[in-house]
Ligand binder design. Structure first.
Ligand SMILES: Nc1ncnc2c1ncn2[C@@H]1O[C@H](COP(=O)(O)OP(=O)(O)OP(=O)(O)O)[C@@H](O)[C@H]1O
Ligand SMILES: [Mg+2]
Length: 326
């Protein structure tokens, strides 16, 4: 195999923070608890996980912004701790949200500052900045002050900033958070264009369809540990296949749920409340089980609605994350 673009071994990160009166209580948060990961060059890899799972922590460690507590990580063949200065010029990081920009000056001036920081030659600087502003869709707004930018425009400027020095590998931490559907779509198109140019991309997102649409492989991080890594198709197999049944009705009893769980081919039963109604979701592993059979297991429910749909990435994600012990 070609050298991995990202290779992570037993990576941990502990945050200590002081709390309480006199700040004498030290709390330890184990944000990463032994992460292993291998990402190939040219791959678009997605990292999913609940709030606080450790996604941003991992992205920051891999982009040399934060030190690990233990374990090792190599990016583009370089150690993220020992070779950090050399690595920095070859990677880009785009954090979601509105921080990290200078609001009092224009988008163009922001990019000038970062161009100098990245050591982009003066002769190339202006043309590179103009090209980047055009590419992210800020061509007309480049000379406007950033404080006048909408959230979406700031996000685009973040992207331009992360790409200015033409990195081989890009970390995108929730790049479409808070964007309207059209801007989010433009960003995804842009990400695909980068991929076709050979840039390796590490993406975190909370949008399941985004991960499903973009990513070749996905890892699910839960409480600082990776619980699964695979293609969407592979993950679907892992949680019990393609078939999902949804049953809507009123007042199901525990015995009825137990009866569903006992049906041959049912691997998981999840219940959710929708106002007075209850929805039961079944993951179905066997091709034989039919909707009728499920309905017959719940007699005395004239209101019952039963349907089948394809298992979505969101189902898979919830299965993986909820099965994790506390
Ligand atoms: N600077 C910090 N000091 C102390 N604890 C921190 C710090 N940064 C993050 N944490 C904690 O580490 C854990 C992981 O946080 P992290 O930001 O990596 O999660 P995340 O997966 O990116 O979450 P989200 O989806 O909300 O962005 C959380 O419990 C968080 O509270
Ligand atoms: Mg985060």
């Amino acid at each position: 195999m070609v050298d991995a673009a990202i290779s992570v071994r037993q990576l941990t990160r502990v945050y200590s923070s002081r709390k309480g009166f006199l700040f004498n209580e030290v709390t330890r948060t184990e944000a990463l608890r032994g992460v292993d990961l291998e990402i190939a060059p040219g791959e678009l890899f997605g990292l999913l996980g609940p709030n606080g799972a450790g996604k941003t922590t991992l992205a920051k460690i891999l982009s040399t912004l934060l030190l690990p507590s233990s374990g090792s990580a190599r990016v583009l063949g370089l150690d993220v701790v020992r070779d950090a200065p050399r690595l920095r010029s070859r990677i880009g990081l785009v954090l979601g949200g509105e921080r990290g920009l200078y609001y009092r000056v224009s988008g163009r001036e922001n990019l000038r500052y970062f161009a100098d920081l990245y050591g982009i030659p003066r002769a190339e600087r202006e043309s590179r900045i103009t090209e980047m502003l055009e590419r992210v869709g800020l061509g007309a707004a480049g000379d406007q002050r950033v404080e006048e930018y909408s959230r979406g425009m700031k996000q685009k400027l973040h992207l331009a900033r992360g790409l200015l020095h033409q990195p081989e590998l890009l970390f995108l931490d929730e790049p479409t958070i808070g964007l309207d559907p059209k801007s989010a779509r433009e960003t995804r198109k842009f990400v695909r264009a980068l991929l076709s140019e050979g840039v390796t991309i590490f993406l975190t997102t909370h949008y399941m369809f985004e991960a499903e649409e973009l990513c070749q492989r996905i890892a699910v991080l839960s409480k600082g540990k990776i619980v699964a890594t695979d293609s969407v198709a592979g993950l679907r197999q892992l949680v019990g296949g393609d078939r999902t049944f949804e049953i809507d009705g009123y007042g199901f009893e525990d015995a009825e749920l137990a009866r569903l769980k006992a049906l041959a081919g049912v691997s998981r039963v999840v219940t959710e409340e929708f106002g007075p109604r209850l929805r039961i979701t079944l993951r179905v592993q066997s091709p034989e089980l039919e909707l009728d059979r499920v309905a017959r297991a719940l007699p005395g429910h004239p209101e019952l609605e039963v349907r089948e749909r394809r298992t979505a990435l969101e189902d898979i994600y919830l299965d993986l994350v909820e099965e994790e012990p506390a």
